[in-house]
Design a protein around this ligand. Sequence first.
Ligand code: XIL
Length: 333
Amino acid sequence: MRKSLGAVVPLLACLLVAPPASAAANSLKDAAAASGRVFGAVAQAARLGDADYTKTLDHEFGQLTPENEMKWNVVERVRGKFDFAAADRLVDHAESRGMAVRGSVLVWHSQLPSWVINIDSGPALLTAVREHVDGVAGHFRGRVDYWNVVNEAFTDTGERRNSVFQQRIGDTWVEEAFLAAEAADPVAKLCYNDYYTDGFGPRSDAVYEMVRDFVARGVPIDCVGFQAHFNSDHRVPVDMGKNLRRFADLGVDVHITELDVTGSGEAQANSYAQVVNACLSVERCTVMTVDGVTDKFSWNVDRTPLPIDSDYGRKPAYYAVLDALNAAAPVPR
Ligand code: XIL
């Protein structure tokens, strides 16, 4: 039965006079969740036994990306012999904590076993790509929320990178990887992921054209990942929000996938805030991920690129991210 207006009006009036104070969240994942977003971290299976590491991982982050454990040279070092031991440990951990999982990465020119590089015909390499994608995405079917299907297919001038896949198969290798991923796991969201695509420029424009073409032709793609690695040579572009928006306007979600900023103090904090605010300015920017749990185990440890320091302390960058997330408006759903 519908409630009578008589009961509803005083309730509304009361809400208007004294809105319930919504307490600011005290973790990155809770702060992001308040606006319907996910805040995650890249993580390492080898560190799961470290109590400080897992405590921070579990408290702060709502999505886990295996750092290296799902890469081709780890999971299929020998053709057809898959080893998912380390990746399974990470996925089990994420599931037991209710975290989302971002798979990284199905097809990438880097961290390849030599047998892949040595395949010298296009059709044979395409078969290997399909079998690899089927083996990996099939193994994790239903357990991976987002797959980085392909990483870094373009150069900084917007050409196709001269990878083994490009050389042997030609331009179609990227869509072939997406088609194979869709067949192996029809539920996971499929993403293209690249670096230095955060603002406008030749590489970002080339990715944009590829995604536009995929969407137009019905090649299955759900999201675009922006790695968001920043340093003194590559600062956060002022047009990052605008760039994210043009991709979102193609009808895909946009994700920040490996965020890190070298440096320290307020300068680092300001860059982090700029990235988070760029994402928050776009409704379809639904996932943000930092490139590690703590500076201690960052591959770039000397440049202290993460929001949490080597003693698991919260840096100014941490508070800049937390405050920006807590100030976000909810995403309309
Ligand atoms: C990096 C890892 O973090 C390192 O541990 C490894 O030695 C090299 O690869 N872009 C990506 C990531 O998509 O997978 C890469 O990760 C960094 C560049």
